[in-house]
Design a protein around this ligand. Structure first.
Ligand code: GDG
Length: 465
């Protein structure tokens, strides 16, 4: 394989442990080929002084071991339209089936296209002829088309980390034809699940007249494209090492003593409307109403790390969640017991495995999620001799793989409450049996498998003339 070039909106320094599994796996793949990682620096460029020509975006290059990190700054207007606007106010809600939350401001699409063109213009001079390019996520769908317009003949793959919606939801996106055509500039599109792949396949055929050529290949706009489901995993080894760390063991011991008389339930999510947090709190309340034996005992720790706070829909979900938690604590709390401990902060990563291990049940109940790595982290953190139970939304991509979790429909509050009750009462034997199957899957399809498999598929795609 030629040199690997990864492109994503943000990049992480793969040498830093806080970077997380994805950065570590990509960092490894980049290291193997002495690769390049390109993206936005996270900085907004200062505006040019009045009367002078606009600032030309500079590419900052930094060496991180064998890997080159190349970044550009964005202007305030580009950041607002591309990132806050089209990516987070249009594509994120639509791809999570929330047309009601989308803000179809036409300026957003033009800003999105402008930034993708800028990325292509800055990246193209850095590319060698035999480089293999791997583009990540919904921020950068048009990037391959922009690179092709500049003459790129590279192998280019795209991985979508979020769900691909049903064709008619996608078709409701003004300008979706631009996306459709742009997708065919890639050689390979990777999706999180078979359900996403089925949507994608129907979408390109129904809306783009694509002809299926067999073996996951589609022909349209004079190009062939392969689409495959390549579910992302976690770095199990890294998470297990983290679980053995002093911080993680301290968290475990501290929480175990503090909650010795209680049963802990855990939720860890970005505070995002796709994660089903209000429904989860209602289901927990339903549990306390229908199964009063859990009062003064069951305690839900909900970590909701702050996310995209400059987008209105996120302010609304935060308010709703705070209201619900306050209500349940007010109605059911006792002097010595609070049903919900809601934490609107980011918890240090090194504490997560301990927190997972001490919790009898994890509630991973998104309304829609590309994959959901928390589900896999919870499984990896358990003691196989005395594991907790994963309650998992059937609408998370992870549900296709983790069939031995207790699968729930998060919109069904009663049904979810019953599943939580079942989890709390599950026999030791059943817990162990289910966990063993889940752990096998999480280990087998880890982030290294994901990375290698995607790149192998990309190598194998037949090139068009
Ligand atoms: C997108 C897709 C897909 C969460 N809170 C804290 C914290 N986290 C960590 C978790 C996990 C990660 O963040 C979240 O990953 P998810 O997969 O749950 O979700 P998204 O951020 O929405 O990611 C998703 C993913 O991309 C990968 O393809 O699975 O479907 O939406 O690792 O542990 N970490 C720390 N403190 C927190 O408070 N340290």
């Amino acid at each position: 394989m030629g040199r690997l070039v990864v492109v994503s909106n943000r990049l992480a320094d793969p040498r830093k442990p806080a970077a997380g599994g994805l950065a570590v796996a990509l960092g490894e793949a980049l290291n193997n080929t002495g690769g390049l990682w390109f993206g936005w620096s996270g900085h907004i460029a200062e505006p040019a002084p009045e009367g002078s020509a606009p600032n030309e975006a500079q590419t900052h290059v930094q060496q991180a071991g064998d890997v080159k990190l190349a970044t550009i700054d964005l202007s305030r207007a580009d950041y607002d339209a591309y990132y806050l606007g089209y990516a987070n106010r249009v594509l994120w809600p639509v791809f999570h089936y929330r047309l009601d939350l989308a803000d179809f401001n036409p300026n957003y699409l033009s800003g999105y296209q402008r930034v993708n063109r800028l990325f292509a213009q800055k990246l193209m001079p850095l590319l060698n002829d035999d480089d293999v390019v791997w583009v990540h996520d919904y921020h950068l769908i048009p990037l391959a088309a922009e690179l092709r317009a500049l003459g790129s003949r590279h192998r280019i793959g795209f991985f979508l980390h979020i769900p691909f919606p049903p064709p008619l939801v996608m078709a409701a996106l003004p300008g979706h034809e631009v996306m459709l055509r742009a997708l065919f500039a890639y050689d390979l599109v990777g999706l999180q699940s078979e359900a996403d792949l089925a949507h994608f396949s129907r979408y390109v055929q129904n809306e783009g007249g694509a002809r299926p050529l067999g073996d996951d290949l589609y022909l349209a706009f004079n190009r062939t494209l392969r689409a495959r489901a390549v579910p992302i995993g976690i770095d199990v080894g890294e998470f297990e090492r983290l679980a053995q760390s002093r911080d993680s063991r301290e968290t475990f011991e501290h929480m175990r003593q503090e909650y010795a008389q209680r049963r802990l339930l855990l939720g860890v999510d970005r505070l995002d409307y796709s994660k089903g947090l209000p429904q989860r709190i209602r289901a927990f309340k339903e549990l306390l109403v229908n199964y009063p034996e859990h009062r003064k005992s069951a305690t839900l720790i909900q970590i909701a790390s702050p996310s995209r706070e400059d987008v209105d829909a996120y302010t609304d979900i935060r308010r709703e969640l705070e209201g619900l938690c306050g209500e349940i604590n007010g109605d059911y709390g006792e002097l010595d017991w609070m049903p919900v401990r809601y934490i609107h902060r980011t918890v240090a990563r090194k504490r997560l495995p301990g927190l997972c291990r001490v919790s009898s049940v994890a509630l991973v109940t998104p309304l829609r999620d590309g994959m959901n790595l928390v589900a896999k982290e919870y499984v990896a953190a358990q003691d196989p001799a005395d594991p907790g139970v994963l309650v998992l939304s059937r609408f998370a991509g992870a549900a296709e793989q983790l069939r031995d979790a207790l699968l729930v429909n998060p919109y069904d509050i009663q049904g979810t409450a019953q599943a939580i009750q079942r989890a709390l009462q599950m026999s030791h034997e059943e817990r162990c049996n289910r966990h063993a199957v889940l752990l096998d899957n999480v280990r087998k399809y880890d982030v290294h498998w994901w990375c290698t498999t995607f790149l192998q598929y990309l190598q194998e795609v037949p090139r068009h003339a």
